[in-house]
Every structure is written in C-alpha cells, then in structure tokens.
Design a protein around this ligand. Sequence first.
Ligand SMILES: [Zn+2]
Ligand SMILES: [Zn+2]
Length: 252
Amino acid sequence: MIDTHTHLYYPEFAADLNEVIARAQAAGVEKIITAAVDRATAEQCLALATRYPGVVYAAAGVHPSDVSRASEDDLLWIEAVAGDPAVVAVGEIGLDVYRGETNLVEQEAVFERMLELARRAGLPVIIHHRAAGTRTLEIVKAHGITRGVFHCFSEDAEYAKRVLDQGLCISFTGNITYKNSRLPEVARTLPLDRLLLETDAPFMAPVPYRGKRCEPVHVREVALKLAEIHSVPFDEVDHVTTAAAHGVFFAG
Ligand SMILES: [Zn+2]
Ligand SMILES: [Zn+2]
C-alpha cells in the first residue's frame, strides 16, 4: 500500500513519528507522501523525506486555505524547490469555499500558478476541491493537467467520471468508512486501477478509529473498505492501488 496523502509534520506526530512510520511499514505501507500546505510545511516535508529516505516523499504547494498568507517570496521558493528529487508532486493545491470563503479570485490565481509549476516541472498534482468541485475541475482542464489525483474525494459519481476522463485518479480517505457515507456508492462505479489510497493523517481517521488521531497504518481500513465495495480480495486492492500510485507519483 501507498498512503498518498498525509500531513506528518503536524504536532500530533512530534512525540512518536518513528513508531508511526514503523507501524505503517509493518502493516505493508511501503511509501507515504506528506503534503505541504505552505512554504513552512513544504520545508518540513522535505526534512521528513530526508529523515525517512525511500519511505516518506514530499509534495510542495500552497493549500487554498493558506493562499492569503503566502508571500511572493514563498511562491518563488516553492517553485524552486519543485526540482528537488524528494518532491514527487505539487500539492496540496486547489480551491476551498467550504466556510463561505470570499477570496476565490486569490485562490484561483495561486492554484493556476501551481498548476503551471506542475506542468513545467513535469510533476503530478494533488488537488483539494472542497465545496468547489466544478470550478476546480474547469481550471485543471483549462491548464491541460492530466496526471495527479483529486484527494479526499467528496463529489458524486458523474463528477468522478469527468475526473477520470481528464486522466487523473481519485482517492478516498477514512471518510469512505463512515456510517451513512454516500462515497461507497461512488467508489463502486469507478475502476479500481484509477483509485489511490490515502489517510489525510492526522485527520479523517477511519472506522473503528474515528475521532482518534489518524496515522498512515489506518490506510489499511480504506483498502479493506474498497475490497468490500468491489467484492475483491484485500490483496487485489493492495496490488492494484499501489501500481496506480506508482504510475502517478513514482513513474520517473
Ligand atoms: Zn485537502
Ligand atoms: Zn490534506
């Protein structure tokens, strides 16, 4: 398994990150991508990739909820660091109007700049699309982006199909395991080889850990849920989603 989306630099992991990584590896998690939300966290992601070589990889970008705090210097720094071999994606980037944000123009400007960075650097993108799905996909299409993932997927099956048609993959977090979630119905309609696993740790812990700190070992619960939804063995979900993640992030 590959946990394609975490935030390992959160204070929640400060005390026991070695154990967290070891637990994940013991459960069959071979790689973990840790995604930045701004320059400071991108620096932390790179430090973690150095600390756990061959296991932890970095994504560098500016999260839509952090664009207002990002200076021009920060953006230039992120553009420069995209060439570092430990950086396997531009992310997380996108749009978020979940709390009625009014800075959509600013969010779109930074998002578009990050998409162009990905194109220039030949990197895949990790897209956040909370409450702004339609506009997010329009912008991705307008920039001709065809490699990456819509993470923490929250839209419907019709939208998911349009994401796949654009060439990108979809990943579900632990929220696919929540009672009354409509996401299993969405996942059922999608081919397994276009789905990636993620936790978004320390957030979104799957059942039966809901409400606790989420960590990469919990990606197993997401894989088990997909196995149940697709009526296939766990090993098949493991192999197929790992191959898909390799294709997106580690294809060279
Ligand atoms: Zn996100
Ligand atoms: Zn995230």
